[in-house]
Ligand binder design. Sequence first.
Ligand SMILES: Cc1cc2nc3c(=O)[nH]c(=O)nc-3n(C[C@H](O)[C@H](O)[C@H](O)COP(=O)(O)OP(=O)(O)OC[C@H]3O[C@@H](n4cnc5c(N)ncnc54)[C@H](O)[C@@H]3O)c2cc1C
Length: 433
Amino acid sequence: MQRRVFLQALGATGLGLTAFRSALALPTSLPAGATGRVLVVGGGMGGTTVAKFLRLWGGAGIDVTLVEPNATYVSNIFSNMVLTGERTLTQLGFNYSTLSSKYGVKVVRASVNAIDPVGRTATLSNGVRLPYDRLVLSPGIDFEPLPLAGTIENKAKIVHAWKAGAQTTALKAQIESMTKADTFIMTVPPKPYRCPPGPYERACVVADYLKRVKGGGKVIILDANPALQAEPLNFGRAFSVTHKDIITYVPNAVITGIDADSMTVTTNSAGTFKGKVINAIPTHKAGALITESGLGLANAPGPNGVPGKFAGVDVLTYESTAVPFVHVLGDASATTQPKAGHIANAEAKVCAAAIIQLLSGGAVNSTPMTNSSCFTPITKTTASWLSVVFRYDPVTRTMMPTGNGVTESLDATSENYEDMLKWFTNLMADTFR
Ligand SMILES: Cc1cc2nc3c(=O)[nH]c(=O)nc-3n(C[C@H](O)[C@H](O)[C@H](O)COP(=O)(O)OP(=O)(O)OC[C@H]3O[C@@H](n4cnc5c(N)ncnc54)[C@H](O)[C@@H]3O)c2cc1C
């Protein structure tokens, strides 16, 4: 029953579990013979997908260069399972060899340090200046500083592990050092943050690990938000039934201080908490290229009147509303869609199709659709899911959820867990292969 609901949700956009390749935003009438230079910055979920589909759909006339400092992209998706030993970071590594060999994307290993929107060039960390007709930025996120006190050595132990890599390994070691008498504290930042279900997923897999491997323990979630930000039914059940002896969920817990010497977290009104491990996820902002370029790219208003830290874009093309010929995708952009890898992949296809049209003087699709699906391990063998399909609304000029909005599974099951493995394989193949 649940599986059928999920497949129906995906089927609404032609997206099957095994048929990602020709999925969302598939242009049926893209012009042949588009020409131009597109520079893509950031080889993550958004940047790699847009580079691939510009060549796949646009043909050899579009010269595509991808600039990314790392030889291997380490997927954040599934990185919570590295913490509990069910995956390794190596297993989550994806390289750019297919992008070059199969699609003819030029991959440059460097960072972009500066953009000249008038001369339409980008300057790389190696000093090279590359020209563009269209620039696509998908640099992901950066973090605001935490209110952290303590010795330098102790402060270094407070990690977020919200960008898979060295911090993931460090947090794994900290969790392994716990006993059943210990407490794991996790702080959830105010929205918007990447992967809305991600913190609650992490709490579940850590709780499951502590129960299975250590015979017990405590997980305290200090959420700066007033309520669960995703899958309220699934996580509500997971916290109150599946992991009820381990997880305590505290909403409205805005962090005012973290003392790394005494390992205590102080909140505005929810009290003070002490733990053996503190996994503090800081408030998010767009990658430095957006917030520090001096070009006004971070022009979208933030929640509650707070100045924004993400890029305003036209969701028909993902072109910046501040700087022409510059497009911003994925977590760095401010849209009504979640900050997630699946949606970054879908946004990238809308953007690729639009750029092909813009380079050839054609008409951009005025009714794009995107889809976000997310599977969440609740235990070592069960998972839940959510899915939402977005359609462009010409009145608000935003992507609006279709139908009943977000659909979530009715239960965490082993069948969902198997589907989760297939979903991940297909999403990553659609992005990197
Ligand atoms: C624990 C966790 C679990 C998650 N689980 C899921 C999930 O189940 N499903 C899901 O859909 N999403 C999930 N996500 C979210 C997903 O990982 C992100 O939303 C997605 O990676 C965003 O893609 P992006 O292209 O915007 O950024 P990224 O994938 O982070 O890529 C950004 C890239 O830009 C590069 N870069 C940055 N600055 C520069 C520069 N100046 N020059 C050149 N390159 C630069 C970086 O090196 C990086 O490779 C999860 C995230 C976390 C942390």
